[in-house]
Write a protein of this length. Structure first.
Length: 196
């Protein structure tokens, strides 16, 4: 059902006329035109022709496949301060010292490896051992199909972090990548503090 528009009565029209006459416009209906001579003329844009061998983005650095903002594990371990004496450090880097105990975390999940690592390191410290070897493996490289990059070797990256956190951080003096004859990039030397 549609409504019909009703017109204004004579009283309403008279009242509207008085209201409209007393109102002031917000903007004047006819603004004075600016003087044509006072407005600056826009300067013509002269673009230089581009060389024929120019390509947009040719000077940009090439995009790399990996955008890893965290330094590599080797860089982080190399950047840590050396807390052991120089001679022991040199012997460790050359693979001259034999670890007194070792644990192999190959094939374990993070949930399985963490308690085993704590038990092993705390037991080695309690029995007076100074140098232990922790084998994590290098990790398997799988196809990374997602937009978020995945680290290769989850245990390899997690173990050094666990060794610096409580309760292990209190007994660990130095963490170093193992020499090739003891596992290379898939293992770590852990030098323990003296048991008190």
């Amino acid at each position: 059902m549609s409504r019909r528009k009703r017109g204004l009565t004579s009283e309403e029209a008279e009242l509207w006329g008085r209201v409209a006459a007393s109102a002031r416009p917000i903007r004047p209906a006819h603004a004075p035109a600016p003087d044509a001579g006072s407005r600056p003329k826009p300067k013509p844009v002269h673009s230089k022709p581009l060389p024929s061998d120019f390509h947009i983005g040719q000077m940009a650095r090439p995009m790399t496949a990996a955008h890893d903002l965290v330094p590599a594990l080797e860089e982080r371990l190399a950047a840590q301060p050396v807390r052991i004496d120089r001679r022991t450090h040199q012997q460790l880097t050359r693979g001259k010292l034999r670890p007194e105990a070792r644990i192999d975390l190959h094939g374990m999940t993070l949930a399985e490896a963490h308690p085993e690592l704590i038990r092993f390191v705390m037991t080695a410290h309690a029995t007076g051992k100074r140098l232990v070897l922790i084998i994590t493996g290098k990790g398997k490289r799988s196809d990374d199909q997602g937009p978020i990059p995945q680290r290769v070797g989850v245990l390899r990256h997690q173990v050094p972090q666990w060794l610096t956190q409580p309760p292990l951080g209190a007994v660990v003096l130095q963490i170093m990548p193992a020499h090739l004859k003891h596992g290379g990039g898939g293992a770590f030397y852990v030098y323990l503090r003296r048991a008190r």
